[in-house]
Design a protein around this ligand. Structure first.
Ligand SMILES: NC(=O)c1ccc[n+]([C@@H]2O[C@H](COP(=O)([O-])OP(=O)(O)OC[C@H]3O[C@@H](n4cnc5c(N)ncnc54)[C@H](O)[C@@H]3O)[C@@H](O)[C@H]2O)c1
Ligand SMILES: NC(=O)c1ccc[n+]([C@@H]2O[C@H](COP(=O)([O-])OP(=O)(O)OC[C@H]3O[C@@H](n4cnc5c(N)ncnc54)[C@H](O)[C@@H]3O)[C@@H](O)[C@H]2O)c1
Lengths: 207, 207
């Protein structure tokens, strides 16, 4: 059983490696990883060595290899069936986003209360939009563990209740409102793209 | 001049504090910050003490206060004029997102090549959509430092060229493609919402 702090650091390496992949970087040194994560290089090398990643002396680690290796260690390199609730502008953008599939995340169904959207299909995968009372059946049938909420703030709590009722444990909430879980097992993460603007603002102010 | 590693850690605290605000948490201990960041508690306390944040003995730090304090230290608690290029599903969702304004980010204009969108206004702030050849003039007039790219991948590099030509230094790229900057001063960040799914997948697999 990997200690929680190590898992946290591994997920930080993973996120940074993702960004390096986007930037087309092929090799990274522990020194550079240290600059990018705020963690010290000896700690990084210790973590990676523990998991059998030694890098190439004088060169560094191969980014894509290390990224895939960490996905495996963290147990996330598998297929995940996902549902999305709230098929508005943001929801539709996510339903058409090809990268989810590439990393093993399959949005298999979407849900909305708007009758003009129910029955329509979105994205290259022709994802069907259904009424919310189908969530439980779909979640069971497809072993859905993750749900994405992209409804207006005022609907988000009600939607969370339905998602938990369907025994889906992971919830990614895009609505800018605090949600109250009904079950201990429920994990809620909040996405706020303000964070991306803040990161850029830091880079500009500190350059 | 704050060392780069310290700035990195401050921005990590800032991001974590953002999440705590979303979760409605009011007080946080250095121990809890350590669990959430993967950094050790003495390092966290040392950083915060250096900047005059002592917390309350036996209680911890007040989340909103610490968050605002770090924004100030990092120099990002000011108004920023931002532009967005690519007014599709994702672009429109961002133009309607109220939280940007709240944190000081004002999307003052949007740009698109689609004639049916040019001249239309989006979001509660009625943001106008203009042709790309207006970017330079708008960027100068409004001292725009950050641009958001939400076009299809095939247009993203061309759009980056126009943005750099307009002397905008910060670029937040949502298109899943590597971009090549033309100027040394340009900062490009890549947003990939797959990262959010990965983080949730970790939490589920490691619980
Ligand atoms: N986290 C971020 O960075 C970020 C960025 C942009 C938007 N947002 C948020 O994402 C959410 C969606 O934004 P949008 O611009 O796509 O909104 P939208 O109004 O375009 O879409 C909302 C959709 O939700 C549906 N809906 C309403 N109530 C519902 C319910 N009870 N069950 C199921 N579906 C329901 C509507 O019919 C509509 O299709 C908003 O809460 C917005 O604030 C967050
Ligand atoms: N990073 C992520 O997590 C994430 C999530 C969803 C979508 N995306 C990406 O965001 C982008 C937009 O997605 P979408 O679903 O909104 O697409 P979309 O097709 O709905 O919108 C694209 C918009 O860009 C405009 N456009 C095309 N070429 C242009 C140019 N040269 N200059 C200005 N505007 C131009 C189009 O007219 C259209 O309005 C895509 O690249 C998509 O892959 C990323």
């Amino acid at each position: 059983k990997i200690p929680e702090a190590t898992i946290k650091r591994l997920s930080i390496y993973h996120r940074v490696l993702n960004e390096l992949i986007h930037e087309g970087v092929e090799v990274v040194s522990s020194h550079r990883l240290s600059e990018l994560t705020g963690l010290n290089a000896p700690q990084i090398r210790k973590d990676l060595t523990y998991f059998g990643e030694f890098g190439v002396r004088g060169v560094g680690y191969f980014v894509i290899h290390l990224h895939d290796s960490i996905r495996e260690i963290l147990g996330i390199n598998k297929k995940w069936n996902v549902i999305l609730v709230g098929v508005g502008k943001l929801g539709q953008a996510l339903l058409s986003y090809e990268n989810f599939e590439k990393q093993g995340y399959h949005i298999i169904a979407a849900f909305d209360t708007d009758p003009s959207k129910i029955g329509k299909k979105f994205g290259t995968n022709e994802i069907p939009v259904m009424p919310l009372d189908n969530i439980k059946k779909i979640a069971k049938e497809y072993n859905v563990k993750i749900a994405i909420i992209t409804t207006p703030s005022e609907s988000a709590q009600i939607v969370l209740n339905v998602i938990e009722e369907a025994e889906i444990e992971g919830v990614i909430n895009f609505a800018p409102i605090k949600l109250t879980p009904n079950k201990k097992v429920t994990k809620i993460s909040y996405v706020d793209l303000v964070t991306e603007l803040d990161k850029m603002a830091f880079k500009i102010t500190s350059s």
